[in-house]
Ligand binder design. Structure first.
Ligand code: ZN
Length: 135
């Protein structure tokens, strides 16, 4: 696998409208998109610095992973996402190295990226997302 860059940092928030102004207006980072990712039960608000994004994540479902995260830990960094050239190849290599991944097959995340999550127990406590840009 080839890691291309840090794609984004995912931050769990209770309410987008309370947290967006800091990123958009105080820091002045360009808003890239707002999107509902239904199967993940989240609404995302994405800000693009031009070299890496900030992805605010709000739960829209009682059983989403973001809801569980917020209940357990409160607002804060939820995951770090690295862009890869080929997510299927990455999954093969992770399995060869006995790294715990959350699902065996990539799913489609925000902005159409093909994604897979690596379990924090394999990374030193950080949920890591690998994402391949849609072609
Ligand atoms: Zn993400």
């Amino acid at each position: 696998m080839k890691i291309l860059r840090i794609e984004h940092i995912g931050i769990a928030v209770e309410r987008l409208e309370n947290r967006s102004p800091f990123w958009a207006h105080v820091l002045g980072i360009k808003h890239a998109s707002t999107e509902i990712v239904k199967h993940e039960g989240v609404k995302t608000d994405i800000y693009d610095t031009g070299s890496g994004k900030v992805e605010l994540l709000k739960s829209i479902s009682d059983d989403s992973t973001i809801e569980k995260f917020l209940n357990k830990k409160g607002e804060g960094i939820h995951h770090v996402c690295l862009q890869v050239d080929d997510v299927e190849q990455a999954i093969i290599e992770l399995k060869e190295n006995n790294i715990s991944i959350i699902s065996e097959k990539p799913s489609i995340g925000a902005e159409g990226y093909k994604i897979v999550f690596i379990h924090p127990k394999s990374t030193g406590g950080v949920l890591v997302e690998l994402a391949e840009k849609a072609t």
